[in-house]
Structures are given as C-alpha cells and as structure tokens.
Ligand binder design. Sequence first.
Ligand SMILES: NC(=O)c1ccc[n+]([C@@H]2O[C@H](COP(=O)([O-])OP(=O)(O)OC[C@H]3O[C@@H](n4cnc5c(N)ncnc54)[C@H](OP(=O)(O)O)[C@@H]3O)[C@@H](O)[C@H]2O)c1
Length: 324
Amino acid sequence: MHYRSFGRTGWNVSEISFGAWQLGGQWGAVDDEESIATLLESYEAGINFVDTAQMYGVGHSEEVVGESLRRWQGDKVYVATKIQPTVWPSADEDDPTMRGRYPEWHLRQGVDAALQRLGVERLDLLQLHGWFRSGVDELDWLETLNALRVEGKVDKIGVSIRDYRPDEGVDIAELGLIDSIQVIYNLFEQRPRDELFPAGARSKTAFIDRVAFDSGSLGGLWTPETYDQWEDGSQQKEMFRGERFTETLERVEALKKLVAPFYSSLAEAAIKYVLSSPEVSTVIAGMSNSRNVQRNVSYSDGEPFPQELLDQLAEHNWPRNYYK
Ligand SMILES: NC(=O)c1ccc[n+]([C@@H]2O[C@H](COP(=O)([O-])OP(=O)(O)OC[C@H]3O[C@@H](n4cnc5c(N)ncnc54)[C@H](OP(=O)(O)O)[C@@H]3O)[C@@H](O)[C@H]2O)c1
C-alpha cells in the first residue's frame, strides 16, 4: 500500500480506503460480523481511512465502523463521517442557498450522535454531506464547525460536493476554507481534472475520490443477468433502472477493450486512472468482501498511468446523474 499526504493536515492516508455505505444495508442485506471482519482485514492490509455517514443505514454504518475500531489493535485509522443538511435541495436545483441548511443546533446534535455511534471522543474528519456553492458567502456553517473544533469534538472539516457537479466545489477549493473535498471522479466523470483539482492544489485542499467504480459498473464484473440478481428496493436496482443498465454495460464493454492492452482488468484501470491525479489523496472504494479488499489494495503499487491510455480515455467521459 502506498500513502499520500492529506492536504494540509499532516496525515498520511492510504491511497485505497474503505467506503462504508454498503455496510449500512441499503445495497442489500448485510451481516455485521462479516462487515467488521472485512474492515479489520482492510486495516491489516494497510487501509487507514474509512468514509461513512449518518445517512448510511440511518447511522448503522457508523456503528459497525465504530465496533471495528474498538476491536482494532494496530495503527491509527482515520474515520471520515458526514452530516446531512436539514433539507436537501432537489438534485436539479442550481445554486441552492446554503444559509440555514446546517444550523448550529443541527450540527451539534449530529456531531454528538456521530461521536456516540462511532464510540470516539473526537471526529477525525467531519464532512457536510451536501455542499452548496453559496456557502462561500453564507458562512454560518463554518462558525459552528470552527467552534466544534476549538471544543475538541471535531479535528478536521470537509465538504462533499453534490453528484456530478464538480464546478460547485471550485470556489471553496480555491479559498481553502476546509481540509478536504469529496467528489465523484472516475473513467466516466473526468471533469474534476479541469478546474476543481487545480483550484484545490493551489490551496492544498485534500481530495477524497468517491465512486471510482461508478458504483460497480467499472468493476467490470457485471453481465446482462446482473440486474435481475439485485435485491428489489436496493440502491443499485434503483440507480441502474430501465435503459440505464444496458447503456452502461455497452460503454463498459468498450472501456474493457480499450484498457485490455494495459491492465489485467477494468477494475485495476479504474483505480489507477483516479490515482493518476496527484491531487487525489485517497480513493474510497465501496467494498463488502475480502476479495475486493485484496484486489483493490494490490492496485496501489506506485506505477504511473500510461499517457497513451489517458489520451484515449478522454472521449469516454460520460457524466450523468443516476442518483436521481
Ligand atoms: N458523499 C456522497 O454523497 C457519497 C455518495 C456515494 C458514495 N459515497 C461514498 O463513496 C463510497 C463508494 O461509493 P459506491 O460504493 O457507490 O461506489 P464504488 O466504490 O464506485 O463501487 C462499489 C461497488 O464496486 C464493487 N467493487 C469494489 N471493488 C471491486 C473490484 N476490485 N472489482 C469489481 N468490483 C468491485 C463493490 O462490490 P462489493 O460490495 O461486492 O465489494 C460495490 O458493488 C461509498 O461507500 C461511500 O462511502 C459518498
């Protein structure tokens, strides 16, 4: 495992980290003991960063991560969690107002609940689950987060940019008001390279990459039968409904052919593409089994990404929002 600096914080985080949404149960039934075993195996393999949220299984993911920390005897594992706004704007709403979405009472209540579920005295990294561009002017959220830092309940702070809106993070990245920014960046969503990453590099803001596998399609293991095998009501069955699944699969097949001369699998290319951007500190891979932990850890090998492939991949940029 290779490690990267996490912006200005002085932390060294594993290039591959653990995305713990799946552990909340919204992607299909979960067995908590298996989840804890997978987390412990990942720490053993060198992963030292976990991303979770209040929202994942209504706090259940945080509880499972907390239990894994209590059982872990090794080096420090950083845990990033998130608090939702009081009201989410519609995914179609451009430039929603920030003021009032994270009132002091709400952030304080959320932090206390997260501390309890994780079983820690201080949150390593607290992220606002929804970031809205006007937050660079409407700063009530920052007053509260700064106070929580001074009180010792929160160490570092960050924001998570809305799905497929990397432009909404450019101003805060430039200003460097926070320690980290979480963003979707993968073989289909290449736009963070254009403006967001250079802005964050100037202020030394860390980037956390999410959805490197496009929530599974870029793992390269789906077949035409996969959709019907998913549990009814699961997150992925909703996201890839209708024509979405077939269209995605066609594009995935094209990518597989393109990367085949360079990498042994599409999953490897997907992770290494993200790591090719030095601004990315860590990739939170969603994982719920040992096989994927071992595979993903092995992709952190420090090898450079071939420029020839990078050039060819540009035309496969295909941002679309399947969370809607
Ligand atoms: N801030 C936000 O609003 C937000 C939104 C979405 C996600 N997130 C965070 O980002 C994390 C990742 O998102 P995600 O889980 O949706 O997307 P992802 O990491 O792109 O994809 C996860 C899927 O890929 C599979 N996978 C993992 N490694 C693989 C490999 N080597 N080969 C083939 N398939 C592989 C996983 O399978 P298994 O489950 O079987 O291991 C899972 O189905 C979440 O857990 C969460 O922490 C944050």
